[in-house]
Design a protein around this ligand. Structure first.
Ligand code: 5GP
Ligand code: MG
Length: 187
């Protein structure tokens, strides 16, 4: 199958194809819904981490056959350059998640700083449950202990783009996830 459009084909290697992603996202949605129903929740508040988590979240929520309240937050990580991503600042956190069954949706769990920081902020809002779903998990990158409740795929220790994952804002639109061609990688 020719996956390029007018020769645009920036991936050197596809790690997770659009077909594999679609199947996995549907399976994750089934598990998420079953757990929410088992907990007696009539609705899920889905909090997508923008921008990277938006593509995954938009596909995931359309597989949920129950009431969904959807919002997004921005999480910016700051560091000293040598050891980046040690703290993160959350903007746009939803005003009220008290007693709400809440699911955070993120593209990739790497150091753990983003989700750990966000979950701390959200827990202060006293949701009835706080669950996390990540499409990819890179266990080798962890700097803070963090385990997601739902994981799509374990990702090898490589910089990946596509399906929401970017390099300086680009490549989020690629339907597959993979490694960029060498010529496009930052030097
Ligand atoms: P962390 O767990 O390190 O705080 O944050 C995960 C965030 O780091 C993701 O939301 C994503 O923005 C970025 N990230 C980590 N690994 C990768 C990768 O391989 N590719 C891309 N595009 N972003 C990554
Ligand atoms: Mg991100």
């Amino acid at each position: 199958m020719n996956k390029s459009i007018a020769g645009y084909d920036p991936l050197e290697r596809v790690l997770f194809s659009r077909e594999a992603i679609a199947l996995r996202v549907a399976a994750m949605a089934r598990a998420i819904q079953a757990d929410a129903e088992a907990a007696g929740a009539g609705e899920i508040t889905v909090i997508a981490v923008a921008d990277g988590g938006l593509m995954f979240a938009s596909d995931l929520i359309r597989e949920l056959r129950m009431s969904v309240r959807f919002v997004s937050v921005k999480v910016s990580a700051y560091g000293d350059g040598m050891t980046p991503r040690d703290e993160a600042v959350v903007t746009g956190a939803p005003e009220c998640i008290r007693d709400e069954y809440t699911l955070v949706v993120e593209d990739i769990l790497d150091s753990g700083v983003t989700l750990d920081s966000l979950c701390r902020v959200l827990r202060a809002g006293a949701p009835s449950a706080l669950r996390t779903a990540v499409l990819l998990d890179k266990p080798t990158g962890r700097r803070r202990e963090f385990v997601a409740d739902y994981t799509g795929f374990v990702c090898p220790d490589a910089f990946v783009v596509g399906y929401g994952l970017d390099l300086a804002g680009r490549y989020r639109n690629l339907p597959d996830i993979g490694v960029l061609r060498r010529a496009l990688q930052p030097s």
